[in-house]
Design a protein around this ligand. Structure first.
Ligand code: VGL
Ligand code: ZN
Length: 216
């Protein structure tokens, strides 16, 4: 697949995809990402460059299959096999409508038109904003972006090595020119997951950007 030429942030063909900037991924949260709150002011500044912004929320039922608490004798951060493949087990997090699932209070992206919630099916996880972990069930985001004439996606948020990476890879697979804004992300980094994510993204033609390249 040839890599399409990305449109600049200010273009109506570009969207900023802000992944899972939610309280449970912040320091002190149930699935804390180190330094996760550091991305908030930067994402707010990046947001002002874009005409289209899509925000995602991880949004699980309380008995979600990705929670270690649902599997007798299993510890968080271990891996099990589900019908759709390997699944990392997590501490309970981002339970639908809980305070932990709320967006960080300082996130300030007033021109956001779409908030997409994912991981809502009890039996299927969804790191990606586009396709759930069964690799079949679509969230509708690709269709939404296409109908709005968008062909370029800039991704940022939490966590780089899970939801940001899977979303960026699926954006590329769906044919969007895709960039990840490195310093507007933070990683969980479980067993080398961060290096692996960058390798996969690079191979797929996802561009790695620093925010300074956009903000000047
Ligand atoms: C995420 C693990 C589980 C993420 C969500 O947002 O990266 N990671 N659920
Ligand atoms: Zn989750």
């Amino acid at each position: 697949m040839t890599t399409p030429v990305p449109a600049p942030p200010s273009s109506p063909r570009s969207a900023l995809l802000v992944i899972d900037v939610q309280n449970d991924f912040m320091p002190g949260g149930r699935l804390a990402v180190t330094d996760g709150d550091a991305v908030v002011p930067l994402i707010n500044r990046l947001g002002s460059l874009f005409t289209h912004i899509v925000v995602t929320q991880d949004w699980h039922p309380a008995d979600h299959i990705s929670f270690a608490s649902q599997h007798e004798g299993r510890a968080p951060f271990s891996t099990i096999t589900l019908p759709y493949g390997a699944q990392t087990l997590w501490p309970d997090h981002c339970v639908q409508a809980s305070a932990g699932a709320a967006l960080h209070a300082d996130l300030d992206l007033p021109q956001t038109q779409l908030i997409i919630r994912k991981g809502c099916n009890r039996t299927i996880d969804s790191y990606s904003a586009f396709v759930e972990a069964d690799r079949q069930t679509r969230t509708g985001l690709a269709g939404y972006l296409r109908e709005r004439g968008i062909d370029t996606v800039y991704a940022c948020g939490l966590a780089l090595d899970f939801c940001v990476a899977w979303s960026a890879l699926d954006a590329r697979a769906a044919g969007f020119a895709t960039a990840v804004i490195d310093d507007a992300c933070r990683a969980i980094d479980l067993d080398g997951s961060c290096a692996r994510a960058w390798q996969q993204m690079t191979e797929a033609g996802v561009q790695r950007l620093r925010s300074a390249a956009l903000l000047g």
